[in-house]
Ligand binder design. Structure first.
Ligand SMILES: Nc1ncnc2c1ncn2[C@@H]1O[C@H](COP(=O)(O)OP(=O)(O)OP(=O)(O)O)[C@@H](O)[C@H]1O
Ligand SMILES: [Mg+2]
Length: 295
C-alpha cells in the first residue's frame, strides 16, 4: 500500500509538469472480422499520415496476435502497461517514440488482465493516463481480428470504428458479422476496403456491405475508401519500415492520403468531442470491470 502511495505521488508530480488536457481527443478503433486483412499496416501508416498533417498521434497496440505494431515499425518496446503497476514505471517510460514523432503504447491487450485490480491500483493507472492527457489529438487502437470481449471493449471506448475488409467473400462476411456487433457499441462505423485489385472491385465490396447494413441493421456506414493491392507493402514490412515512409509515392500511400483527408474532414464535421486520454481510459476500464464476469 505504501509503495502504491509512492507510485501515485510520483505520477502526480509528473502530472503537474504536463500540459493542459486536450479536450479534442479523437479515438479510432481499427477492427476486422477476419485476420490478416491489413489492420496493423493501416493503423501504423494512417497514424503517420495524420501526424504528417500536424496531428499528435498515439498508436495503441491492442492486438493479441503475432503481426503487431513492433513488427511493422521495427520498434521493440521494453515495457508495457502492466509495468506501471508491477515496477512503478510511468506511462512516459512505456510510450515509445516511433517514426515521424508518432507515439506507440505497447501491450494494451494486457489490460484485460487488470480486470481484478484494486481501486488503489486503478487510481495509479488513471493518474498515469492523466499525465499524458494533453499530449495527443488522436488515438488509433490496433485490435485483434474477430469479435472477442476484448475487441468490443476497445470499440465501445472509441469515437469511431474503422472496419477493414478485403474484397474476398469470407472477409466481407466476417466484416458484416463484426459490424452487426460493433454498431451496438459505437455510433460511427467507417469502412476501408484493402488489398483490392481496382476501384471497381472496392466499390462492389463497399456496396455489398453498406447495402446489407442499411437493410438489416438500419445503419449508415461511412465509406472511407480503398487501398490497392500493392507489393511494396510486403517489401516495406520485410524491412520493418512503414510503407508511408519507405514508399511515399507508392500506390498504397496515395490511396492512404485520400483516406486520411476523408477521415480528417469527417472528424471536423462531427460534434465537438470532450474526451481526454484519461477519460478514454476510464471508459475502457469500466467496460473491462463490468464485463469480466462474462469472459
Ligand atoms: N494493400 C495491401 N497490398 C498488399 N499486401 C498487403 C496490403 N495490406 C496488407 N498487406 C499484407 O497483408 C499481411 C497482413 O497485414 P497486417 O499484419 O497489417 O494485417 P492484420 O489485419 O493486422 O493481421 P492480424 O489480423 O493478424 O492482426 C501482411 O503481410 C501485409 O504485408
Ligand atoms: Mg495486426
Amino acid at each position: 500500500m505504501y509503495e502504491q502511495a509512492l507510485k501515485l505521488r510520483k505520477i502526480m508530480e509528473q502530472k503537474k509538469s504536463s500540459s493542459k488536457p486536450n479536450k479534442n481527443l479523437w479515438v479510432y478503433c481499427v477492427a476486422s472480422g477476419k485476420g490478416g486483412v491489413g489492420k496493423t499496416n493501416l493503423s501504423v501508416n494512417l497514424g503517420l499520415a495524420l501526424q504528417n498533417l500536424g496531428k499528435k498521434v498515439l498508436l495503441i497496440d491492442a492486438d493479441l496476435g503475432l503481426a503487431n505494431i513492433d513488427v511493422v515499425t521495427g520498434l521493440y518496446p521494453k515495457y508495457n502497461l502492466s509495468h506501471v503497476l508491477s515496477i512503478g514505471k510511468s506511462i512516459q517510460d512505456i510510450i515509445v517514440d516511433g517514426p515521424k514523432g508518432i507515439s506507440v503504447l505497447p501491450g494494451a491487450s494486457g489490460l484485460y488482465e487488470l480486470a481484478n485490480i484494486t481501486n488503489a491500483q486503478l487510481e495509479i493507472l488513471i493518474e498515469s493516463f492523466k499525465s499524458i492527457s494533453g499530449d495527443f489529438d488522436i488515438i488509433i487502437i490496433d485490435t485483434s481480428a474477430g469479435i472477442s470481449k476484448n475487441v468490443i471493449g476497445f470499440i465501445q471506448s472509441a469515437d469511431e470504428v474503422i472496419v477493414v475488409t478485403t474484397p474476398e467473400p469470407s472477409s466481407v462476411t466476417d466484416a458484416y458479422a463484426l459490424i452487426k456487433v460493433a454498431h451496438k457499441h459505437c455510433d460511427k462505423i467507417n469502412l476501408i476496403v484493402n488489398k483490392t485489385e481496382n476501384y471497381k472491385e472496392a466499390q462492389f465490396t463497399m456496396e455489398k456491405l453498406t447495402k446489407a447494413a442499411k437493410k438489416f441493421l438500419n445503419i449508415d456506414i461511412n465509406y472511407l475508401g480503398f487501398i490497392l493491392e500493392d507489393k511494396s507493402i510486403h517489401k516495406a514490412n520485410m524491412e520493418q519500415i512503414p510503407f508511408f515512409i519507405k514508399y511515399p509515392e507508392g500506390l498504397a500511400s496515395k490511396c492512404l492520403i485520400n483516406i486520411t483527408s476523408k477521415l480528417v474532414y469527417g472528424q471536423q464535421s462531427s460534434i465537438e468531442n470532450r474526451v481526454t486520454v484519461d477519460g478514454w481510459f476510464k471508459k475502457l476500464i469500466s467496460f473491462i470491470k463490468t464485463n469480466v464476469g462474462a469472459m
